[in-house]
Ligand binder design. Structure first.
Ligand code: SF4
Ligand code: MG
Length: 313
C-alpha cells in the first residue's frame, strides 16, 4: 500500500499547501527472485516515483517496501547498507549517472569506493571484468563518457549497477532513449546477465513492445495505481482492465488478421492532483457504468496472480 504524495508548493510564503500530487497512490505488488516484473503505463502514471521509492532514493508518504521479508524503513544502519548494495538502478538517461569528468574506470569502481570494498588494484580488476561482461573491453577503462555512444553508455551504467553483485536491478526505461536497433542489443544483454547472475529485474517502461521481450509478469499502472497484474501471457492474450485493453490495442500484431480492435481513449490522463472520483479511469473508459463514477474498484484476484481493479469483474 505504498503512497507518495508530493505537496504542491504554494506561491504564498508561510502558507501550508493543502494540495498534493498523488504520484503513487496505494500500490501493492510482489516481485519474486529471478523474475522480471514489468511496470507499464503512460508517462506521469507514477512509474519513476515508484522506482525511486523501491530504491530508497525517496521515502514513502505511507506504506512500506519489504526486501527479503523485512521492511526497509525498519532496518538498522548496517542492514540498510547491505540492502542498498543489493538493489541497484539503471536510469533512462544514459548520462544521468555518468559524471563527464570521470573516467569509465572510476565511474564503475565508484560503488566499491563508496562502500569501502577492496584495494585500488582489486577494484581495477573488477572494473575490467565488468567491462568484458557487458560487451565492452578493458581498453575502454581510461576513456571518458563523451567518447561513447548512447548504447555503450547504457552498457557502462549496467556495469556500474552490477559492481556490487546486486540481487535486484530496477531498470527505469533503460532503452527508451536509444535507437531501436540498439534497444534489442541492450535488452539481450540484460537478459543474458539475468541468467548468468540470477538477477531479479523490475523493468519499467511505457512501451509494451519492449516489455514483451523482457517480462515474466506485468503490472499495469494508471494514475498512481496498479490496475492490473498478471503473467505475460495473461496480460497479452486476455487483458481484463479496459485500460490494459486500450494499451494493447495500439500495438500491431504480427498476423494482421488477429489485430485487436483499436480502442481509442477519450481525453488526456487526468491530473494526479485531483484524480477523478470512483474509478480513476472512468472519464476515459469506453465501458463506464454508473457505479464507476463514485465507487473505487479494489484490486481483486481473478485467479492466482491475475488481479484487476474494475467493476466489470
Ligand atoms: Fe471502466 Fe468502470 Fe472498469 Fe473503471 S471500473 S475501468 S470505469 S468499467
Ligand atoms: Mg519516468
Amino acid at each position: 500500500n505504498l503512497k507518495k504524495h508530493f505537496p504542491i508548493l504554494d506561491p504564498m510564503p508561510f502558507k501550508k499547501s493543502t494540495q498534493s500530487v498523488k504520484a503513487v497512490d496505494g500500490v501493492s505488488f510482489d516481485v519474486f527472485k529471478g523474475e522480471t516484473l514489468g511496470i507499464v503505463g503512460e508517462s506521469g502514471c507514477g512509474k519513476s516515483t515508484l522506482a525511486r521509492l523501491i530504491n530508497q532514493l525517496i521515502s514513502p508518504t505511507s506504506g512500506s517496501v519489504e526486501f527479503k521479508g523485512k521492511d526497509l524503513a525498519s532496518l538498522g544502519i548496517k542492514e540498510i547498507r547491505s540492502a542498498r548494495k543489493s538493489i541497484q538502478m539503471v536510469f533512462q538517461n544514459p548520462d544521468a549517472s555518468l559524471d563527464p569528468r570521470k573516467t569509465i574506470e572510476s565511474l564503475i569502481a565508484e560503488p566499491l569506493v563508496i562502500h569501502k570494498i577492496g584495494t585500488k588494484e582489486s577494484r581495477r580488476k573488477r572494473v575490467h571484468e565488468l567491462l568484458e561482461i557487458v560487451g565492452l573491453s578493458s581498453y575502454h577503462a581510461s576513456r571518458y563518457p563523451h567518447e561513447f555512444s548512447g548504447g555503450q553508455k547504457q552498457r557502462i551504467n549496467i556495469a556500474r549497477a552490477l559492481t556490487l553483485n546486486p540481487d535486484v536491478i530496477i531498470c527505469d526505461e533503460p532503452v527508451s532513449a536509444l535507437d531501436v536497433s540498439v534497444q534489442a542489443q541492450v535488452i539481450n544483454l540484460l537478459k543474458s546477465l539475468q541468467k548468468e547472475f540470477n538477477l531479479t529485474y523490475i523493468f519499467i517502461s511505457h512501451d509494451l513492445n519492449v516489455v514483451r521481450y523482457m517480462c515474466d509478469r506485468i503490472a499495469v499502472m494508471y494514475l498512481g495505481k496498479v490496475v492490473e497484474t498478471g503473467t505475460f501471457q495473461e496480460i497479452y492474450e486476455d487483458p481484463k482492465h479496459p485500460y490494459t485493453k486500450a494499451l494493447l490495442s495500439a500495438i500491431p500484431k504480427e498476423n494482421p488478421f488477429e489485430q485487436r480492435e483499436r480502442i481509442i481513449l477519450k481525453g488526456d490522463v487526468p491530473s494526479p492532483v485531483n484524480p477523478p472520483t470512483g474509478c480513476h479511469f472512468h472519464k476515459r473508459c469506453p465501458f463506464v457504468m454508473d457505479i464507476c463514477k463514485n465507487t473505487r474498484p479494489e484490486l481483486q484476484e481473478l485467479n492466482e496472480g491475475n488481479k484487476v481493479s474494475c467493476h466489470l469483474y
